[in-house]
Every structure is written in structure tokens, then in C-alpha cells.
Unconditional design. Structure first.
Length: 367
């Protein structure tokens, strides 16, 4: 079968799977292949993914392989990240493959289990299970030597992921939330929604996968998932005839909009704690409260450090400010009547605060 060679632009689970497959082949005493043929869910032909090395370890009962992540062009903190995968045979259990989170791999704080997406699990199973003899199981330990260090630059901890990087991703190719091509894809989806004969003028703009999941569970329709190009999408929605738009996102992301930052990729703009502190000044928080806000490690930590009454007051003000700044943003480009509401969710993925427009147009009407 022909192999489609693709050496970059692939998500972390793909590089982990390539190293894991190379390690299993070494355990089976097969000759080393610098290009590992992986079966991907959306490809008919295998994709060749490079690995650096693979070899059996002492005694031949275990093996180690190493790959290096190449996410392609664009800004990505996993670029050049080395991935080590140790494998060894074990007793066969209910599942043939036992995945262990080694150093630098994120675990769920709630139960200590490795944090990986369904896509990552499927990818490992599809590519490793055919190599595992029927009479035994396979123990796979993934190590990311710089994972713990790099995780400190992400928001993993906010969502209960500790000790390292999560093996997440819903597809093989890297999705570029800051890439102009990603914006064009979202704008095309917006146009399709707005021109559908069933479109009634309302749209829920969700920020990220967590927002999408919450919106679906809340029963909102239609939904449009947006990456970091929030400002241009707001303007395009107004141009397309949207009358009521609801912004739904994590408070640590939407706080940037309250500061007038409408391209929200962390490589391009931050200022979250500074914005939150300024909003605290608006709400007459005490100097010691403002100090805690400014010097917190995350928006979640900053809010949780406040007394309940002050936290709720600041959260409502944050949601209202997101609405106001979003309206001001689109007013710079045209005279549209589109109403913009905002709903913020917290670390526990619970809908927490909503602005007055969201209350009026998306909650009161539903109730």
C-alpha cells in the first residue's frame, strides 16, 4: 500500500503514536524504520511519521523509542519537543494496551489518570493492537522530558490537568487558531449558517471545545466555534445579518475582550490579570484585593481569592464589560444593530456569569 509521506503539521498524539509503534517493533526485534507507517482515522493510506531512534533495552523484555514533535509552521510550544516511549509486555487484561503517564505527561487531578483525548486513545489502539500477540498485553509509558516545564505556560491546571502536557487533539493535523486560513474557514461556516432558510437571526459564538460542549448541553442553536479571531468574526456576523449574538467562553479567555483585545492567541496578547485588576478598580475593591488579583497566577486563582460577594460582583461586571467592548468593536466598522451578549464559564465548566444583554436576549426569552 502506498504511504503518504507527511513530516510536519501533526498533533502531539500522532508523534507519540509513531514513537510507540517504533518501540513495539523494537520489542518484536524488527529492523528499525525511521519512518513509521501510521493509520489515521481520516486517511485511506498510511502516513509516514519520522522517529529518531528505537532499540530494545537490557534483556530484550522492554524497548524505548524517541520522536520529536513537529507541529508545522506557526507558533506552537510543542515544537521540537522530544517524546520518549517505553514499552514492555505485561499480562493481558480487559484491554490489551495499558497506558501510563510518565514524567511530563499531564494527569487528571481528580483521579490521576493520563489526560488524553478519545482521538489519542483510538490512534494508539489502531496502530499498536495489531502488533500485540494475543496471549499478552502491552504496557506503554509516555515521557515528555520538558512536558512539566512547558505545561506551566498553558492553562492546563485551570481545567484540572497537572504534572505535564495533555495528549489532546481531535484530529491528526494541527488546527491553527491564529492562522488566517482558520479565519476563512470560520467565515465560510458563518455564511452558510446565515444564508440557511432556517436561520432566525440568533447565533451562539463559542470559544473552544469546552464552550462547544457547554452550548450543546444547554440546547443552544445554531452554534459556531471560533478560534482566536473573535473581532473579525463579530464584524462578519453583523454584516451577515445576525441580530442577537451570544459569546460563550471561559472567563480566562473572554477577559481579554474586556480589555479591548480581539485577537486572543496568547502568543500575540495577554494582559488578563491587568484587565481584571482594572475591572476591580471599577468595582471599588480594596487595595489588598487588587494586589491579590494582580499577582495571581491565573484568572481562576484571582477570582477564587476574593470573598464570594466581591467575586460575584466582579464576575458580573466582567461579563457586562465584554458585551460593551464587543459592541464598541463592531461600531468601529459599521452601523449595525446586532446585540451582543456574553456568558462566562469557570474551571468547573459551569455557566457562571452573564451580562445584561445575554440575560435579556438569551435567558429571559428562553425562560
Amino acid at each position: 500500500m502506498p504511504i503518504n509521506v507527511s513530516a510536519s503539521g501533526l498533533t502531539l498524539p500522532v508523534w507519540v503514536t509513531a514513537a510507540a509503534r517504533a518501540a513495539v517493533c523494537a520489542l518484536l526485534h524488527r529492523p528499525f524504520q525511521g519512518q513509521q507507517p501510521l493509520q489515521l482515522p481520516d486517511r485511506d493510506a498510511p502516513v509516514a511519521v519520522p522517529v529518531l531512534s528505537a532499540a530494545p533495552l537490557a534483556g530484550g523484555d522492554s524497548a524505548l523509542a524517541i520522536s520529536r514533535c513537529d507541529p508545522g509552521e506557526g507558533l506552537d510550544l510543542t515544537r521540537g519537543l522530544e517524546i520518549w516511549v517505553f514499552v514492555e509486555w505485561c499480562e493481558r487484561d480487559a484491554v490489551p494496551i495499558v497506558l501510563v503517564a510518565g514524567e511530563g505527561v499531564g494527569r487528571m487531578q481528580s483521579d490521576g489518570e493520563p489526560c488524553l483525548s478519545a482521538f489519542a486513545r483510538t490512534l494508539l489502539s489502531v496502530n499498536l493492537e495489531p502488533l500485540v500477540p494475543s496471549h499478552c498485553g502491552l504496557r506503554v509509558e509516555v515521557v515528555l522530558p520538558r512536558g512539566r516545564e512547558l505545561a506551566e505556560r498553558t492553562s492546563n491546571a485551570v481545567f484540572g490537568v497537572v504534572d505535564g502536557l495533555a495528549l489532546i487533539g481531535t484530529q491528526a493535523e494541527v488546527q491553527r487558531s491564529a492562522d488566517p486560513d482558520q479565519l476563512q474557514t470560520v467565515l465560510a461556516e458563518l455564511q452558510a449558517l446565515a444564508t440557511d432558510e432556517s436561520f432566525a437571526g440568533q447565533l451562539v459564538l463559542v470559544i473552544g471545545e469546552n464552550g462547544l460542549d457547554l452550548a450543546r448541553r444547554s440546547g443552544w442553536q445554531p452554534l459556531l466555534k471560533v478560534g482566536n479571531w473573535i473581532g473579525p468574526v463579530l464584524v462578519a456576523a453583523a454584516e451577515a445579518g445576525v441580530q442577537d449574538l451570544l459569546l460563550l467562553g471561559y472567563h480566562g479567555k473572554l477577559v481579554k475582550l474586556a480589555g479591548g483585545i480581539f485577537h486572543t492567541h496568547h502568543h500575540l496578547a495577554d494582559g488578563r490579570l491587568e484587565v481584571l485588576t482594572a475591572l476591580g478598580v471599577d468595582q471599588d475593591l480594596l487595595p489588598q484585593q487588587l494586589q491579590r488579583l494582580r499577582h495571581a497566577h491565573s484568572v481562576e486563582e484571582a477570582l477564587q481569592g476574593l470573598e464570594p460577594e466581591a467575586r460575584e460582583r466582579l464576575g458580573r461586571h466582567l461579563a457586562a464589560t465584554v458585551e460593551q467592548r464587543s459592541r464598541a468593536y463592531i461600531a468601529r466598522y459599521g452601523d449595525w444593530s446586532m446585540r451582543i451578549g456574553a456568558v462566562l464559564f469557570d474551571r468547573g465548566r459551569s455557566l457562571r456569569w452573564r451580562g445584561p444583554v445575554a440575560e435579556d436576549r438569551f435567558f429571559t426569552l428562553r425562560d
